[in-house]
Design a binder for this molecule. Structure first.
Ligand code: ADP
Ligand code: MG
Length: 262
């Protein structure tokens, strides 16, 4: 085999997502300043940092829900001009429509899919509800579900239209500790099987380390990329990966970076 036959190393592939020189001001508040970040195809990257350092702002810019004051944002080399179905978003609150059933909530998100018949839409919704472990709950209303189950619906909804990038802002932040663990396990399991580019904002350093290929540590306001920590823990991972010395060391390193910056 000649060198030409070898696949390009990941580092030589064009990034899925590129943020260049991003600054964002809200009046007097400088939320982000000079943020540069590249996320590779099917890479899992987490963003951590003190409260108010601009994590949610950065994610919403990438989601296309707001625009940077300065800088450029690209997916596959094309500028982000607004929200798009290439990017699925999961927030801390599930934001389901309370008058629709679980099944209808997911189907609703699929309405924009060209060429998808009603039956195909229903089948797709069921498939993704199954993926997140909600078979049997299709006809329930959101109010009948626990917080964790509502987040499962939100995840199914975001994955159902096949985004290339999954953006998550503290998706498990409102859940009790046990449910959070179950959801972390579910997210890992889904990601290990179905690989897509993922960007996760979290307060939970353990969650960042166990899920991610790299962890972006942001400095306190104005938010800048303070450091990017590689997580060379082998894949596929499970929550059991947390029991390794490597995991503990990385977690300590990141905690040190965050506290050192305060
Ligand atoms: N829509 C907005 N209007 C005014 N200020 C905002 C807005 N969104 C965020 N901010 C400010 O920008 C800073 C970063 O906020 P945010 O991105 O929510 O931080 P984080 O998610 O890291 O906690 C904070 O000081 C916040 O008050
Ligand atoms: Mg936030």
């Amino acid at each position: 085999m000649s060198a030409q036959d070898a696949p390009a190393p990941a580092s030589e592939l064009a990034p899925k997502l590129r943020a260049t020189g991003i600054s964002k001001r809200f009046g007097e508040v400088i939320a982000l300043e000079g943020v540069n970040l590249e996320v590779g195809v099917n890479e899992f990257v987490s963003i951590v940092g003190a409260s108010g350092c601009g994590k949610s702002t950065l994610l919403s810019l990438i989601a296309g829900l707001d625009e940077p004051t300065v800088g450029s944002l690209e997916v596959d080399g094309a500028p982000i001009t607004g929200p798009g179905r290439d990017r699925g978003v999961v927030f801390q609150q599930a934001t389901l429509m309370p008058w629709l059933t679980v099944q209808q909530n997911v189907e609703f998100a699929l309405r924009g899919e060209a060429g998808l018949s009603r039956a195909a839409r229903a089948a797709r919704a069921s498939e993704f509800l199954g993926l997140v472990g909600l078979e049997g709950f299709e006809r329930a209303r959101p109010a009948q579900l626990s917080g964790g189950m509502q987040q499962r619906v939100a995840l199914a909804r975001s994955l159902s239209y096949g985004p290339d990038i999954l953006l998550m802002d503290e998706p498990f932040g409102a859940l009790d500790a046990l449910t959070r663990r179950t959801m972390q396990e579910l997210l890992l399991e889904i990601w290990e099987r179905h690989r897509l580019t993922a960007l996760l904002v979290t307060h939970d350093i353990g969650e960042a380390v166990v899920t991610s290929d790299r962890v972006v540590v942001m400095s306190p306001r104005p938010g800048r990329v303070q450091q990017i920590v590689d997580v060379p823990i082998p894949r596929p991972r499970t929550l059991a990966s947390e029991r390794t010395v490597e995991f503990q060391d990385l977690q300590d390193e990141i905690l040190g970076l965050i506290h050192g910056a305060e």
